[in-house]
Design a protein around this ligand. Sequence first.
Ligand code: SAH
Length: 355
Amino acid sequence: MPTPKAIPSLKQRIIEEISQNGPMPLSRYMNLCLGDPHEGYYMTRDPFGMAGDFTTAPEVSQMFGELIGIWAIEAWKAIGAPTKTRLVEFGPGRGTLMADCLRSLSLEPKLISGLEVQMIEMSPTLVAAQQKRLVDAPCPVSWHGTLPDCSLPTLMIANEFFDALPVHILTKTETGYAQRHITAQDDDTLVFADIPASLPTGFPEPDHIQTGTVFELSPERYQYAQTMAATLKANTGAALIIDYGFEQPKTGATFQALQAHQPVDPLENPGSADLTSLVDFTSVRHAFTDHQITLSPTTTQMDFLLNLGLLERAGVLGSTANEAGQIELQAAVNRLVSPDEMGTLFKVISASTSQ
Ligand code: SAH
C-alpha cells in the first residue's frame, strides 16, 4: 500500500499557490493563516489568556458576560418578550461569555425556558472547549459553521469576532487603486507587494480618501454585518457588536500580527500568530442602515459596561470576596473600562427592531 503523502506546511502551500496564481491578496492570506484546517491559527489552538497570545474581555472577568446577559434581557423585553427566542454568538472563543451570560438570563425564567442558543464557530478545537464549558447550560445549545436559517426572534452577540475576519489594504493611486498582496522571493521569504486592482465589488469609492493614501476595507466584515441585519429584518431581534475599532474618516493600515501579547512579523510563520485589524464601525453601520435597521450611537466599552452596572456588580461580588479577590475585581474593572486599557479602544454598537 502506498504511504499517504504528508501535507506540505502551510507556508509551502502558500508559496505553491502564489507560484500557480500569482501574488496572493492579503485577505486570502488572512483566511488561510487563521482558518486553514491543518495549521490555521484558530483551528489548532486555544490562544486566549496570559499564557496565550491575547486576553479578551470575557476572559478578564465573569462580569463582562453577565452584563451582556443584562443587555440581552433588556433587548428581549424591548422586542415584546417573545416565548421562544434564539440567542446567537459569533466566534465564541472558549465559551466563557456565553456561560456567564446564561447565568444572568436564568434570572428571567420566561426567557430561559424558551431559549435556544446557537454558537457560530469555525474551529474544532474551540468548539470542544465551548462544549465543555457549556455542558450544564440551562437551555439547548447547538454549534454551526455559519448562521443557520431559523424564523425565531434572534438576539446576536459578537465580541472580538469582526476583527478576526480578513481585511483588504488598498492605496489610492493617480490611476485607481493598488491592493496589498503577498508574494514569495527566490529564497521563499514572503514579502508584501502593492498591485493595481479595482475596489471589491459593491464597494463605492470612499469619498474621504485622497490620492496616495492607504486605507482598509473588509467585504467579509460587511457581509457578516449584512447577514446580521438581514436576520433582524426577517426575524425581529437585536444585535450587539463589541470590538476594537474606529469610525471614519480614518486612514492607514492597522493590520497586525500578535503573538504572546506582542506584535510580530505577519509573514514570518504563517498560521502561528493572530492576524487582526481595527474594525471600521462606519462600514459595519452601513450594512445595518442598508437594511433599514436602526442602530444605537457608537459607544465605548467603558460607557457601555458602566451603564449596565459594572461597578454595582463588582460591589456585589466584592462584598463576599477576600482581600485578594477584591484586588482582582478592582484590576478587572480597571482592565475593562480604563481608557488606558480596553475602555475606549473597544467600541460597542447595538441594533434592535424595537426602535
Ligand atoms: N468572542 C471570544 C473569542 C474572540 S476570538 C472572546 O471574546 O473571547 C475570535 C473567535 O472567532 C474565535 O472563536 C475564532 O475561532 C472565531 N472565528 C474567527 N473567524 C471565524 C469565522 N469565519 N467563522 C466562525 N468563527 C470564526
